[in-house]
Design a protein around this ligand. Sequence first.
Ligand SMILES: NC(=O)c1ccc[n+]([C@@H]2O[C@H](COP(=O)([O-])OP(=O)(O)OC[C@H]3O[C@@H](n4cnc5c(N)ncnc54)[C@H](OP(=O)(O)O)[C@@H]3O)[C@@H](O)[C@H]2O)c1
Length: 270
Amino acid sequence: MILVTGAAGALGTLVAERLADRADVALGTRDLRRTRSPLPARRIDFDDPDTLATGFEGVDVLLMISAGAGEDDTVIARHGAAVEAAERAGVGHVVYTSLTADGDHLPYALPHRWTERRLRESSMAWTILRNGLYAELLAEIAAPSPEGRITAPLGEGRLAAVARADLAEAAARVAVEAPAHAGRVYELVGEQSVGGADLAQAHGPRVTYEPEAMSRTRARVAASGAEPFQVPMLVGTCSAIAAGFMARTGGDLRRLLGRAPRSPISAVLA
Ligand SMILES: NC(=O)c1ccc[n+]([C@@H]2O[C@H](COP(=O)([O-])OP(=O)(O)OC[C@H]3O[C@@H](n4cnc5c(N)ncnc54)[C@H](OP(=O)(O)O)[C@@H]3O)[C@@H](O)[C@H]2O)c1
């Protein structure tokens, strides 16, 4: 049996849609009312060990979707609890949605690398899906104002952005063919990189891109009511893009999908 955790999140919902006609899949989520899938669901909360002990029973393949944003110690505790419970329950294979290697400069890279290392040291087979940054995330960072101005501290940097739906499809494919992917690490970045000027052009002739100073962005995000850990997350993401660390494209996604990935611009506009 395949269990997909994080099934009510944006990525998990898309994975569930792709696996909806299979009899050997169950969904795991903190809040059972939030899944709108015909698949059976179990309550899975990495912060609640009881849900893991019962929820992982009978699971052969665990598609473990990384557990949201948080301070490093919070995310490490969640992922550590999930891996330990999976080992105890006799799960055979964990497929983990991680972060692209080029994201090592991102403020949230460390819990992903910690989890990768924990899985390599575990008693289970594993597959690491190193997801690139979502085109949808870039769309949020660089959304035009009502006056048609994109202000984001991306400089001339570019991002090999990926449509979230493509990452969901890749994850679903790997989960159902898990033994063929044991011990593999996939770099699931896009095939095209896009920058602020491309986004402005895609939004239409009246939209402009005006790179912003990071200090301004930081002040703006801090004043927006964001949690303290979210401020460096967002500014650090822009910084890594602006410094050119996130532009490298790759072909693993195409190989897993068996087709070309969606264009990042179409995902941004959608
Ligand atoms: N590559 C990127 O650009 C990018 C961008 C943002 C986030 N991410 C990472 O990728 C993950 C999936 O992305 P998304 O777009 O689906 O994010 P999302 O919509 O914000 O979903 C958050 C996810 O975290 C799960 N989660 C949170 N706390 C949890 C806990 N205590 N136990 C178990 N699961 C928990 C949620 O599961 P339930 O609600 O179903 O319980 C949900 O799947 C995120 O959690 C984050 O780690 C990647």
